[in-house]
Design a protein around this ligand. Structure first.
Ligand code: CMC
Length: 390
């Protein structure tokens, strides 16, 4: 009470202690539970990383089998959820649909309301059902029937099968595609107290149920300054291409962001001030995946040219603005056949284990309800006037 420190955007305010993710913005270091992101991206499976984030240790074989089997058994989504889904307009943005349906899960699993209940099953349900729900939007946008999960498939192949399998042919998962997705999901899996994660913790701190908390995180992620940037990047690169490919024109526009209102999407980060280690891995992966798949995407060259031009520009150098995780990820998603309006959904599938881990930690640490203060700048005491005297 009394004395309030103002920190707009929480640039310097720590809201919690956390043992999940370590991030050093000066050195470009990112670690989950002490394991480097480079090591995990090269060697781990996404579900191993999910387990690591949520439970604190890499799983043994037995622990992994149990975790994975639990997820396999819960991939089906209640058919009544379909009725809610069917009520959305066909062109609804998949992020709006996803956050709504995750929120709806709280109504299907009302025991999640009781905060004394063990959340283990809800955690499994979320991990299992999010990919299923995500694929509905895409299938419907094509006018195709949705695919049920096939639980003989692993997590990522199951998702790809629901996305891309057609009734007329056998869909075979390309291992290059599955591996590229594995890396992308791992790179997105957690990022300490970012906007969506802080939202999940804040909502959860009121003892709201896990589905409502995660649904709020999905909504926060959707914004173009956060996860929504991956869709914006591709739209920006396509606009540059359509405009003749002159990247310097766009660098100039971004330098005058104050007057043009135009920012380079996929550039800059609140914490990383030298490079974003995720962007480094993704840039390399983009070259690799496109060449393995034999995809030639002219937008990749535009992205590289834009990065080059920006990195040599005084404006970007002074402000320490570098490509972030969203700059090259969309180029890979495109090469995998994932449509632009699903990019942020892919981010959400990747970030889900992080949100869950952070929600669980918040509960276990018995964090008090999150409640920032303010500095009041409004009117001082005034006398009420009846409406006919105003
Ligand atoms: N293009 C042009 N100028 C920029 C950009 C950009 N992308 N990013 C920051 N700036 C300028 C900004 O105008 C400001 O200039 P000045 O000092 O003259 O006022 C300075 O750099 C500092 O920016 P800020 O907005 O105060 O920094 P922030 O920490 O509040 O914002 C950010 C971080 C990521 C929101 C911001 O860099 C941005 O809007 N980037 C574009 C959107 C984007 O790519 N978001 C994805 C972030 S990473 C993954 C994720 O969270 O999903």
């Amino acid at each position: 009470t009394g004395y309030v420190t103002l920190d707009r955007g929480y640039k310097n305010t720590g809201a919690t202690k956390s043992a999940i993710t370590f991030l050093d913005g000066e050195q470009g270091i990112l670690q989950y539970r002490g394991y480097s992101i480079e090591d995990l991206a090269a060697k781990a499976s996404f579900l191993e990383v999910a387990y690591l984030l949520i439970y604190g240790e890499l799983p043994t074989k037995e622990q992994y089998a149990q975790f994975e089997n639990g997820i396999r058994r819960h991939t089906l989504v209640n058919e009544d959820m379909r009725k809610i889904f069917d009520g959305f307009p066909v062109n609804a943005h998949p992020m709006g649909v996803l956050s709504s349906l995750v929120s709806a899960m709280s109504a299907f699993y009302p025991d999640s309301q009781d905060e004394k209940n063990d959340p283990a099953l809800h955690i499994v349900r979320l991990l299992a059902k999010l990919p299923t729900i995500a694929t509905w939007s895409y299938k419907r946008s094509l006018g195709h029937p949705t695919n049920y999960p096939k639980n003989n498939l692993d997590y990522i192949p199951n998702f790809l099968n629901m996305m891309f399998a057609l009734p007329v042919e056998d869909y075979k998962v390309d291992p290059v595609v599955a591996e590229a997705l594995n890396v992308l999901l791992i790179l997105h899996a957690d990022h300490e107290q970012n906007c969506s994660t802080s939202t999940v913790r804040l909502v959860g701190s009121s003892q709201a149920n896990i589905y409502s908390s995660i649904s709020s995180g999905i909504s926060a992620l959707w914004g173009p300054l956060h996860g929504g940037a991956n869709q914006e990047v591709i739209e920006m690169l396509e606009a540059i291409k359509a405009d003749g490919g002159d990247v310097s024109k766009y660098v100039d526009m971004a330098k005058n962001a104050k007057t043009t209102g135009f920012r380079l999407f996929g550039f800059g980060h609140r914490v990383y001030k030298n490079f974003d280690p995720r962007a480094r891995i993704i840039k390399k992966a983009a070259d690799d995946v496109l060449s393995k798949l034999g995809v030639n995407d002219p937008v990749l060259e535009i992205a590289k040219g834009l990065e080059e031009a920006a990195l040599h520009d005084e404006y970007f150098i002074q402000r320490k603005l570098y490509p972030n995780v969203d700059f090259y990820s969309g180029i890979i998603y495109r090469a995998l056949g994932i449509p632009t309006n699903m990019f942020t959904v892919m981010f959400a599938i990747g970030r889900l284990p992080g949100w869950i881990a952070q929600w669980k930690e918040m509960r276990e640490q018995k964090e008090p309800i999150g409640r920032p203060r303010q500095i009041y700048t409004g009117a001082t005491l005034r006398e009420f006037k009846a409406i006919d005297q105003r």
